[in-house]
Design a protein around this ligand. Structure first.
Ligand code: HEM
Length: 475
């Protein structure tokens, strides 16, 4: 009642029940959870930016206003306690670490992800994109197929090769095992969140989900431990730690090299911390990038006029040449860039992030109090009225003219916002735009995103209706 009548507090979301609050709304699978996230986002937008929710006695705020999102994201850097669920996997890597450690480690890791370092990745991004194009050949002209499986494997190879300097490209089994273990772990975290009694460690530690988690963790840790062990052995043998391709040294410097150099020179990271950073980079980077490629193909495949513009632009820049995409090409491929951004706006792969409020925050229309959880809705920000009446439409054109973009600078949150945003965003943006340039130069794509069903399983993942058909283009 206090919340309903106090104008300083975000209004309560409908459906509150005594004792359990809104926990009953969580019941169901991860498709229901996604529908719930959308409904709460729209309600928050109607309520001028935010609503209050209760999971049992725990109070949560749900914020969907762009400026409020940024204010919370840049005021409180502490992650919410749900991130603790992932700690047995990711330890104190950047995604899950507490604010104090995060500040120190992020400062040290930022240089590894800066655009100048990433320029050295161009050749590798191109050769990985070509590898994806070649692997898709078997599907050309053969009807709808699951292209996510291809882009996921390719993205995992790219992250291992580019970020960690390890060539696992011919180890099929490793990928299959690792990818299904990470998929199941995400699913376990999501189920735990949806099952209120499993929020307590006491109950969770006695559950079947925890047992399964304990079986899966060695699979994912073996991969990162293997990478670390091999890298250290290479260094001891004075083998060059730079990325190597087909026996020749390439110019890119994997992120792991920087981490290892820092620990050697300054004793900054111990082995455990390095392993945790590896787990975070792989986990945070590979599937999110693969899913964006997946959504982009379905969306562009759904709109022939958009695909035509993509192809016109590619023809203008490359003519009939099948050459690599250069940095200069990327700056000319403005429509592909618009497709990439609009895909991320339309289907945000990370639809919400959560912070723990370590201080009171005064927002435009309400005050959030210290000690509570704040869910920041990327989806809500991307559907905010600042995007105009056509916010529900997939329209890459809106990105081409500043006049058709929102007049607030914080209306895009695909990589979160503020200082604790995605460290890998330039990597993701470069690699995805290069992949799209290669795919649309080689294939015509057909899809129908209106049939797509998605689920919220930490990431926003497609469940069905996302399969596309491809036809090889005559060169
Ligand atoms: C399109 C692909 C990607 C999307 C949509 C994405 C999105 C995000 C978002 C929304 C966050 C904030 C998460 C939170 O606060 O809970 C984040 C954090 C992070 N991302 Fe990404 N990401 C992508 C690709 C990558 C790649 C390729 C890498 C690594 C190479 C990466 C590494 C990270 C790391 C390490 C963090 C934690 C940053 C910190 O807390 O300082 N991401 N990402």
């Amino acid at each position: 009642w206090w919340v309903i009548t106090n104008k300083d507090v975000p209004p309560a979301y409908p459906g509150y029940l005594p004792l359990i609050g809104h926990a009953h709304l969580l019941i169901g699978d991860s498709i229901n959870l996604w529908n719930l996230v959308k409904m709460i986002s729209y309600k928050s937008l109607k309520a001028e930016g935010a609503v209050s929710l209760w999971i049992g006695p725990r109070r949560l705020y749900f914020v969907a206003d762009p400026n409020d999102f940024l204010k919370v994201a840049n005021t409180c850097f502490e992650k919410d306690e749900v991130y603790e669920y992932a700690k047995p996997w990711m330890g104190n890597g950047l995604v899950t670490s507490d604010a104090l450690l995060w500040k120190a480690h992020r400062k040290m890791l930022n240089p590894a992800f800066n655009p100048a370092v990433l320029d050295g990745f161009m050749e590798m991004f191109n050769s990985q994109a070509r590898r994806l194009v070649t692997s898709l050949e078997v599907e050309a002209g053969r009807g709808p197929f699951d292209h996510w499986a291809y882009s996921r494997r390719n993205a995992l190879e790219t992250i291992c090769f580019g970020a960690l300097g390890m060539d696992f490209r011919d180890k099929k089994e490793l990928f299959g095992e690792y990818a299904s273990a990470t998929e199941e772990l995400f699913n376990i975290f999501s189920k735990r969140f949806q099952t209120i009694w499993l929020h307590s460690d006491f109950m969770y530690n006695r559950s079947k989900l925890k047992k399964r988690q304990d079986e899966l963790l060695p699979i994912v840790h073996n991969m990162s431990n293997g990478i670390l062990k091999k890298k250290k052995a290479d260094i001891l043998n004075c083998d060059n730690v730079r990325g190597k391709e087909k026996g020749k040294e390439t110019i890119f410097k994997p992120f792991l090299d920087l981490i290892l150099e820092l620990s050697k020179e300054r004793g900054t990271f111990n082995d455990e911390e390095i392993r945790e950073h590896i787990d975070n980079i792989i986990m945070a980077g590979y599937d999110a990038s693969a899913i964006v490629v997946t959504y982009a193909l379905v969306l562009v495949g759904s709109y022939p006029h958009i695909q035509e513009k993509v192809c016109e632009e590619l023809h203008k820049v490359f003519g009939d040449e099948d050459r690599d995409v250069t940095k200069q090409d990327l700056s000319k491929l403005v429509y592909i860039d618009a497709v990439f951004k609009e895909t991320m706006r339309f289907y945000p792969v990370v639809p919400v992030v959560a912070r723990h409020l370590d201080k009171d925050i005064i927002l435009r229309n309400c005050t959030l109090s210290k000690g509570k959880t704040c869910i920041l809705s990327v989806y809500g920000v991307h559907r905010h009225p600042v995007w105009g009446l056509d916010a529900e439409e997939f329209k890459p054109e809106r990105w081409l003219d500043p006049a058709t973009l929102p007049d607030v600078p914080n209306a895009f949150a695909g990589f979160s916002m503020g200082r604790r945003n995605c460290i890998g965003q330039t990597y993701a943006s470069m690699s995805i735009r290069i992949i799209l340039s290669h795919i649309f130069r080689n294939y015509k794509v057909f899809g129908d995103h209106t049939k797509m069903v998605a689920r919220f399983d930490v990431l926003l993942k497609p469940v069905s209706g996302y399969h596309v058909q491809i036809e090889k283009k005559n060169k």
